[in-house]
Design a protein around this ligand. Sequence first.
Ligand code: KIV
Length: 273
Amino acid sequence: MTPASRQKFTVPKLLEHKKAGQPVSMVTAYDATFAQLADIAGVDVLLVGDSVGMVMQGNKNTLSVTMEQMAYHTRMVANAKPMSLIVGDMPFGSYQTCHKDALTNAIQLIQSGAEVVKLEGGIYMADTVAAIVEMDIPVMGHVGLTPQSYHRMGGNRVQGRGEGNAAGSRQRVIEDALAIEAAGACALVLEGIPLDVAEQVTQQLSIPTIGIGAGPHCDGQVLVLHDVLGLSERQFTFSKAFGEVRSVVIDSLSSYVKDVRARTWPDEEHSFH
Ligand code: KIV
């Protein structure tokens, strides 16, 4: 059960946290079960991320995730009725074509239970962010390593190290962040960038930055749920397993298999008479 004292985390609270210097905690969630557990644990923001394509579907990147799938996972998370703020990720192809598509798809995510939509991109996405914000739909931006730019980046690679002003350069990451704030975003994910770039962006923005692989100076942190739990097979350098759920799951299932094979399950106590 969510503690009775817990209040709903809302969009205005993002800004309040920034002003008060209070860190924002965010994890991904893809279903009602884990949304409820994260809510009970006191997580501020649940991101229904398009990382669902890799984490749950086993794809090598996020590019094949559809609007239908994002709406489905958003509904599952919303069904947990969490006190955490629900952010729904706009998948690749759902907002790049034109403002009308972006608005239609943002509305679909909100109708599925998202309270904020998130989209990737900087300067070239600022108009799209502004168009959605003008319709009173809060937007969270996402710059730096943007997984939907997988092919441009040559894989999921750290950004913000290069000179010049090309996409992925240090200067460009900063300009992208400023453009997304100016467009009206309520918060900004900074992914896969050097910690000093993240620090500079965080100091320059008045909206909270939420980092993943962006060091300790961001206003908040986000990690993929399965990584936090220690459920993933692979551990990334920037991530941390705060639990050992993978071994707990394997041990529990091994015990079940053993008992079924030994015919010690089900026993009298767990049978109907
Ligand atoms: O989809 C996702 O999980 C994300 C996070 C990595 C921020 O966008």
